[in-house]
Design a protein around this ligand. Structure first.
Ligand SMILES: Nc1nc2c(ncn2[C@@H]2O[C@H](COP(=O)(O)OP(=O)(O)O)[C@@H](O)[C@H]2O)c(=O)[nH]1
Ligand SMILES: Nc1ncnc2c1ncn2[C@@H]1O[C@H](COP(=O)(O)OP(=O)(O)O)[C@@H](O)[C@H]1O
Length: 234
Protein backbone atom coordinates (compact mmCIF):
# COMPACT_ATOMS: atom_id res chain seq x y z
CA UNK A 1 0.00 0.00 0.00
CA UNK A 2 1.50 3.41 -0.91
CA UNK A 3 2.43 5.66 2.04
CA UNK A 4 -0.20 8.27 1.10
CA UNK A 5 -3.14 5.83 1.03
CA UNK A 6 -4.04 6.76 4.60
CA UNK A 7 -4.56 10.36 3.53
CA UNK A 8 -7.71 9.31 1.67
CA UNK A 9 -9.14 7.74 4.79
CA UNK A 10 -8.43 10.82 6.89
CA UNK A 11 -9.98 13.17 4.33
CA UNK A 12 -13.13 11.04 4.05
CA UNK A 13 -14.09 12.00 7.60
CA UNK A 14 -12.44 15.45 7.77
CA UNK A 15 -14.52 17.72 9.93
CA UNK A 16 -16.02 20.86 8.47
CA UNK A 17 -14.84 24.32 9.50
CA UNK A 18 -16.82 26.46 11.91
CA UNK A 19 -17.08 30.10 10.73
CA UNK A 20 -18.23 32.63 13.33
CA UNK A 21 -19.46 35.99 12.08
CA UNK A 22 -19.98 38.71 14.64
CA UNK A 23 -20.20 42.49 14.95
CA UNK A 24 -22.53 45.20 16.19
CA UNK A 25 -26.27 45.12 15.75
CA UNK A 26 -27.11 46.84 12.46
CA UNK A 27 -23.63 46.44 10.97
CA UNK A 28 -25.01 44.22 8.21
CA UNK A 29 -24.36 40.68 9.43
CA UNK A 30 -27.76 39.39 8.32
CA UNK A 31 -27.45 41.09 4.93
CA UNK A 32 -23.96 39.69 4.27
CA UNK A 33 -25.00 36.25 5.51
CA UNK A 34 -28.00 36.12 3.16
CA UNK A 35 -25.77 36.85 0.15
CA UNK A 36 -23.04 34.41 1.23
CA UNK A 37 -25.63 31.66 1.81
CA UNK A 38 -27.06 32.41 -1.64
CA UNK A 39 -23.68 31.52 -3.15
CA UNK A 40 -22.72 28.67 -0.82
CA UNK A 41 -26.01 27.06 0.21
CA UNK A 42 -24.76 23.61 -0.82
CA UNK A 43 -21.50 23.61 1.12
CA UNK A 44 -22.24 25.88 4.08
CA UNK A 45 -24.75 25.07 6.81
CA UNK A 46 -26.28 28.13 8.50
CA UNK A 47 -26.98 27.52 12.17
CA UNK A 48 -30.44 28.80 13.12
CA UNK A 49 -30.33 30.38 16.58
CA UNK A 50 -32.80 30.18 19.41
CA UNK A 51 -34.07 33.37 21.04
CA UNK A 52 -36.57 34.65 23.59
CA UNK A 53 -37.09 37.88 21.60
CA UNK A 54 -40.48 38.33 19.94
CA UNK A 55 -40.60 37.71 16.18
CA UNK A 56 -40.50 40.83 13.98
CA UNK A 57 -43.15 41.12 11.27
CA UNK A 58 -42.33 38.62 8.54
CA UNK A 59 -39.93 36.52 10.65
CA UNK A 60 -40.65 32.80 10.70
CA UNK A 61 -40.10 30.22 13.44
CA UNK A 62 -37.50 27.69 12.28
CA UNK A 63 -36.28 29.93 9.49
CA UNK A 64 -35.04 33.19 11.05
CA UNK A 65 -34.89 31.88 14.62
CA UNK A 66 -36.47 29.30 16.88
CA UNK A 67 -38.62 31.62 18.99
CA UNK A 68 -39.03 30.10 22.45
CA UNK A 69 -40.11 31.09 25.95
CA UNK A 70 -37.63 32.06 28.67
CA UNK A 71 -38.46 28.80 30.49
CA UNK A 72 -37.71 26.67 27.45
CA UNK A 73 -34.45 28.53 26.85
CA UNK A 74 -33.34 28.13 30.47
CA UNK A 75 -34.18 24.41 30.43
CA UNK A 76 -31.88 23.99 27.42
CA UNK A 77 -29.10 25.93 29.18
CA UNK A 78 -29.47 23.55 32.14
CA UNK A 79 -28.99 20.46 29.96
CA UNK A 80 -25.94 21.96 28.22
CA UNK A 81 -27.83 22.16 24.94
CA UNK A 82 -26.10 25.31 23.67
CA UNK A 83 -22.70 25.67 22.05
CA UNK A 84 -22.86 29.24 23.34
CA UNK A 85 -25.54 31.57 24.59
CA UNK A 86 -25.75 35.18 25.72
CA UNK A 87 -28.13 37.84 26.90
CA UNK A 88 -28.37 40.75 24.48
CA UNK A 89 -30.37 43.89 25.26
CA UNK A 90 -32.85 42.05 27.47
CA UNK A 91 -33.26 38.78 25.54
CA UNK A 92 -31.52 35.43 25.37
CA UNK A 93 -29.88 34.21 22.17
CA UNK A 94 -28.13 30.86 21.73
CA UNK A 95 -26.73 28.34 19.25
CA UNK A 96 -28.26 24.86 19.64
CA UNK A 97 -25.27 22.53 19.97
CA UNK A 98 -26.41 19.31 18.24
CA UNK A 99 -27.13 20.49 14.68
CA UNK A 100 -23.75 22.26 14.57
CA UNK A 101 -21.82 19.20 15.77
CA UNK A 102 -23.72 16.94 13.38
CA UNK A 103 -23.01 19.13 10.34
CA UNK A 104 -19.31 19.49 11.24
CA UNK A 105 -19.03 15.70 11.71
CA UNK A 106 -20.53 15.20 8.25
CA UNK A 107 -17.76 17.40 6.85
CA UNK A 108 -19.99 20.42 6.20
CA UNK A 109 -18.79 23.93 7.00
CA UNK A 110 -21.03 25.78 9.46
CA UNK A 111 -21.75 29.51 9.73
CA UNK A 112 -22.81 31.16 12.99
CA UNK A 113 -24.05 34.75 12.98
CA UNK A 114 -23.99 35.81 16.62
CA UNK A 115 -23.20 38.73 18.94
CA UNK A 116 -19.77 39.33 20.41
CA UNK A 117 -20.06 37.71 23.87
CA UNK A 118 -21.29 34.46 22.35
CA UNK A 119 -18.56 34.57 19.70
CA UNK A 120 -15.90 34.87 22.40
CA UNK A 121 -17.37 31.78 24.12
CA UNK A 122 -17.10 29.82 20.86
CA UNK A 123 -13.48 30.96 20.41
CA UNK A 124 -12.69 29.49 23.83
CA UNK A 125 -14.62 26.22 23.37
CA UNK A 126 -13.75 25.59 19.73
CA UNK A 127 -10.22 26.93 19.20
CA UNK A 128 -10.27 25.88 15.51
CA UNK A 129 -13.23 28.16 14.75
CA UNK A 130 -12.56 30.93 12.22
CA UNK A 131 -13.55 34.22 13.81
CA UNK A 132 -14.71 37.08 11.55
CA UNK A 133 -15.53 40.55 12.89
CA UNK A 134 -17.72 42.84 10.79
CA UNK A 135 -17.26 46.58 11.38
CA UNK A 136 -19.16 49.59 10.04
CA UNK A 137 -17.37 52.37 8.14
CA UNK A 138 -18.26 54.65 11.09
CA UNK A 139 -20.54 54.83 14.15
CA UNK A 140 -22.61 57.49 12.37
CA UNK A 141 -23.27 55.11 9.47
CA UNK A 142 -24.16 52.34 11.93
CA UNK A 143 -26.77 54.56 13.60
CA UNK A 144 -28.05 55.63 10.17
CA UNK A 145 -28.64 51.98 9.17
CA UNK A 146 -30.44 51.17 12.42
CA UNK A 147 -32.67 54.25 12.01
CA UNK A 148 -33.43 53.34 8.39
CA UNK A 149 -34.10 49.67 9.24
CA UNK A 150 -36.73 50.92 11.66
CA UNK A 151 -37.13 47.68 13.62
CA UNK A 152 -36.19 49.08 17.06
CA UNK A 153 -37.33 52.02 19.19
CA UNK A 154 -34.98 55.02 19.52
CA UNK A 155 -34.17 53.92 23.06
CA UNK A 156 -33.21 50.42 21.92
CA UNK A 157 -31.11 51.86 19.10
CA UNK A 158 -29.13 53.95 21.61
CA UNK A 159 -28.57 50.81 23.74
CA UNK A 160 -27.35 48.88 20.71
CA UNK A 161 -25.00 51.73 19.73
CA UNK A 162 -23.51 51.93 23.22
CA UNK A 163 -23.02 48.16 23.10
CA UNK A 164 -21.39 48.46 19.64
CA UNK A 165 -18.84 50.96 20.95
CA UNK A 166 -17.86 48.58 23.79
CA UNK A 167 -17.74 45.55 21.50
CA UNK A 168 -15.38 47.18 19.02
CA UNK A 169 -12.73 46.90 21.75
CA UNK A 170 -12.92 43.10 21.42
CA UNK A 171 -11.85 43.20 17.76
CA UNK A 172 -8.33 41.95 18.55
CA UNK A 173 -9.80 38.54 19.48
CA UNK A 174 -10.76 37.82 15.87
CA UNK A 175 -8.82 36.40 12.94
CA UNK A 176 -10.37 38.55 10.21
CA UNK A 177 -12.03 41.97 10.02
CA UNK A 178 -14.46 42.81 7.21
CA UNK A 179 -15.54 46.45 6.76
CA UNK A 180 -19.13 46.65 5.56
CA UNK A 181 -19.00 49.90 3.62
CA UNK A 182 -19.98 48.93 0.08
CA UNK A 183 -22.00 45.72 0.44
CA UNK A 184 -20.55 43.94 -2.63
CA UNK A 185 -16.98 44.42 -1.41
CA UNK A 186 -17.86 43.19 2.07
CA UNK A 187 -19.47 40.04 0.62
CA UNK A 188 -16.40 39.49 -1.59
CA UNK A 189 -14.08 39.85 1.39
CA UNK A 190 -16.17 37.42 3.41
CA UNK A 191 -16.14 34.90 0.57
CA UNK A 192 -12.36 35.34 0.29
CA UNK A 193 -11.97 34.31 3.92
CA UNK A 194 -14.02 31.15 3.35
CA UNK A 195 -12.09 30.32 0.16
CA UNK A 196 -8.73 30.79 1.87
CA UNK A 197 -9.74 28.69 4.89
CA UNK A 198 -10.86 25.89 2.59
CA UNK A 199 -7.34 25.82 1.09
CA UNK A 200 -5.63 25.14 4.43
CA UNK A 201 -3.50 21.98 4.57
CA UNK A 202 -5.84 19.71 6.57
CA UNK A 203 -8.63 20.35 4.06
CA UNK A 204 -6.31 19.74 1.09
CA UNK A 205 -5.03 16.28 2.00
CA UNK A 206 -7.19 14.66 -0.64
CA UNK A 207 -5.82 17.03 -3.28
CA UNK A 208 -2.27 16.16 -2.25
CA UNK A 209 -3.02 12.44 -2.40
CA UNK A 210 -4.63 12.99 -5.80
CA UNK A 211 -1.56 14.91 -6.98
CA UNK A 212 0.51 11.78 -6.27
CA UNK A 213 -1.55 9.51 -8.54
CA UNK A 214 -1.08 8.64 -12.22
CA UNK A 215 -3.54 8.94 -15.09
CA UNK A 216 -3.08 6.05 -17.60
CA UNK A 217 -4.34 8.13 -20.55
CA UNK A 218 -1.89 10.98 -19.96
CA UNK A 219 0.87 8.45 -19.15
CA UNK A 220 0.29 6.83 -22.57
CA UNK A 221 0.55 10.23 -24.28
CA UNK A 222 3.68 10.98 -22.27
CA UNK A 223 5.24 7.73 -23.52
CA UNK A 224 4.58 8.77 -27.12
CA UNK A 225 6.02 12.25 -26.52
CA UNK A 226 9.10 10.78 -24.82
CA UNK A 227 9.63 8.42 -27.70
CA UNK A 228 9.31 11.27 -30.23
CA UNK A 229 11.83 13.42 -28.32
CA UNK A 230 14.23 10.49 -28.00
CA UNK A 231 14.06 9.78 -31.75
CA UNK A 232 14.55 13.47 -32.62
CA UNK A 233 17.63 13.54 -30.39
CA UNK A 234 19.29 10.41 -31.86
N1 LIG B 1 -24.72 34.88 21.23
C1 LIG B 1 -25.62 34.79 20.26
N2 LIG B 1 -26.02 35.88 19.61
C2 LIG B 1 -26.94 35.74 18.63
C3 LIG B 1 -27.46 34.50 18.26
N3 LIG B 1 -28.34 34.70 17.24
C4 LIG B 1 -28.33 35.99 16.96
N4 LIG B 1 -27.50 36.65 17.80
C5 LIG B 1 -27.15 38.08 17.83
O1 LIG B 1 -28.05 38.77 18.68
C6 LIG B 1 -28.05 40.15 18.27
C7 LIG B 1 -29.48 40.64 18.20
O2 LIG B 1 -30.16 39.94 17.16
P1 LIG B 1 -31.55 40.45 16.61
O3 LIG B 1 -32.48 40.72 17.76
O4 LIG B 1 -32.02 39.48 15.57
O5 LIG B 1 -31.21 41.88 16.01
P2 LIG B 1 -30.33 42.31 14.74
O6 LIG B 1 -29.20 41.38 14.53
O7 LIG B 1 -29.92 43.66 15.10
O8 LIG B 1 -31.27 42.22 13.57
C8 LIG B 1 -27.34 40.21 16.94
O9 LIG B 1 -26.03 40.70 17.16
C9 LIG B 1 -27.30 38.76 16.51
O10 LIG B 1 -26.18 38.49 15.68
C10 LIG B 1 -26.99 33.35 18.97
O11 LIG B 1 -27.37 32.21 18.72
N5 LIG B 1 -26.09 33.56 19.94
N1 LIG C 1 -23.24 47.88 3.02
C1 LIG C 1 -24.42 48.42 3.37
N2 LIG C 1 -24.73 49.65 2.98
C2 LIG C 1 -25.92 50.22 3.34
N3 LIG C 1 -26.88 49.61 4.09
C3 LIG C 1 -26.60 48.37 4.51
C4 LIG C 1 -25.38 47.69 4.17
N4 LIG C 1 -25.40 46.46 4.74
C5 LIG C 1 -26.58 46.38 5.39
N5 LIG C 1 -27.32 47.51 5.26
C6 LIG C 1 -28.64 47.81 5.83
O1 LIG C 1 -28.40 48.09 7.22
C7 LIG C 1 -29.47 47.59 8.03
C8 LIG C 1 -28.88 46.62 9.07
O2 LIG C 1 -28.40 45.44 8.41
P1 LIG C 1 -28.64 44.00 9.03
O3 LIG C 1 -28.12 43.03 8.03
O4 LIG C 1 -30.05 43.86 9.48
O5 LIG C 1 -27.65 44.08 10.29
P2 LIG C 1 -27.38 43.08 11.50
O6 LIG C 1 -27.85 41.72 11.06
O7 LIG C 1 -25.91 43.13 11.72
O8 LIG C 1 -28.15 43.62 12.64
C9 LIG C 1 -30.44 46.89 7.09
O9 LIG C 1 -31.51 47.78 6.83
C10 LIG C 1 -29.62 46.65 5.82
O10 LIG C 1 -30.41 46.64 4.66
Amino acid sequence: MPWFAGLFEVSAVARGTLFVMTGASGVGKGTIRAQVMGYLHKSLHYSISMTTRAPRPGEKHGQDYYFVSKEEFEARIARNGFLEHAEFVGNYYGTPREPVEEALDRGLDVLLEIEVQGALQVAERAPDAVMIFIVPPSLSELKHRLLLRGTESLEKIEKRLAQARREMEAAHNFHYVVVNDELGSAVNDFMAVIRAERLRYPRMREAIAQALTHDPEIDAENAVLEETIRKAGS
